[in-house]
Design a protein around this ligand. Structure first.
Ligand SMILES: NC(=O)c1ccc[n+]([C@@H]2O[C@H](COP(=O)([O-])OP(=O)(O)OC[C@H]3O[C@@H](n4cnc5c(N)ncnc54)[C@H](OP(=O)(O)O)[C@@H]3O)[C@@H](O)[C@H]2O)c1
Length: 236
């Protein structure tokens, strides 16, 4: 039995991904995880987890069990609408903001890997993908700012590269990838999408469609790399 697991199914992109994976009919079971463990899209099985509570991730892994051939981590945080905001200058850096960004954007996905990579089959194609962000690319950084978010996504990219190397030794058909969804109209992006000329803003459903196309085209040789919504490789 082949299973898909979407983390962050209460989010804009995560909800669209969970719904699209369920309607694809490719998986016998599609699990949709959120902090509340409720409100999962039709055709999915809800489960509860919190990225800051490792025991909740371990519990989800043992409830879901083996034969997981798709994991998508669609969680993330950029701001909370109050004190936690992307920094415009190094003067605005705050240890609490770094701790929060890293807990959700890097450590949480790392713990999902800890508990879910062992559920991937050894001799079948399987994909472990996490939504990163183009701004997490060090070599692509030309604007600066957003220190904690950028750094936490760069850390996530490193964690995913590490997973790819280790998993590649035992799971030759597995792919681990960082994905950039483009600019998508969600709660996360809403305060920051004053559109620059030529910038495209996707609906969550559009983004989910693009991301699932990218996932479908990934091969083991792509493992450990980052890809944008259009399949273009993003340098770390
Ligand atoms: N939207 C964009 O334009 C854009 C661009 C580049 C990259 N991304 C990346 O895409 C991903 C999804 O973003 P989005 O736009 O869909 O954001 P969103 O709508 O704000 O969704 C964020 C998701 O993360 C979950 N989450 C936050 N903290 C959590 C925690 N401690 N434990 C479990 N879940 C937690 C939220 O759960 P709750 O509902 O419980 O809060 C929600 O499901 C993020 O990694 C983001 O960095 C987005």
């Amino acid at each position: 039995m082949s299973q898909a697991v979407i983390f962050g199914a209460s989010g804009g992109i995560g909800a669209a991904l969970a719904a699209a994976v369920a309607t694809s009919g490719r998986y016998q079971r599609v699990w949709a995880g959120s902090r509340t463990g409720s409100g999962a899209p039709a055709g999915t099985t809800p489960f509860a987890f919190d990225l800051t509570d490792e025991a909740s991730i371990a519990k989800a892994a043992s409830a879901i069990g083996p034969e997981v051939t798709l994991v998508i981590v669609a969680t993330g945080i950029l701001s909370d609408g109050t004190d936690f905001q992307p920094e415009k200058t190094f003067k605005a850096q705050d240890p609490a903001a770094y701790a929060r960004a890293f807990a959700v954007n890097a450590t949480g996905p790392a713990l999902i890997g800890k508990h879910f990579l062992p559920l991937l089959p050894r001799r079948e194609r399987a994909v472990f993908a996490a939504l990163s962000a183009r701004v997490g690319s060090i070599s692509d950084n030309r604007l600066g700012g957003w220190h904690a978010y950028r750094a936490s996504k760069a850390a996530l990219n490193m964690i995913l590269r590490n997973f790819a190397i280790e998993l590649g030794r035992t799971h030759p058909q597995a792919v681990v990838a960082a994905l950039h969804p483009g600019t998508v109209a969600t709660e996360l992006s809403a305060p920051f999408t004053g559109m620059r000329e030529g910038q495209r803003l996707f609906t969550p459903d559009e983004a989910a469609g693009y991301l699932l196309n990218v996932i479908a085209g990934l091969n083991p040789v792509d493992s450990g790399q980052a890809f944008a919504w259009d399949g273009q490789s993003i340098p770390f």
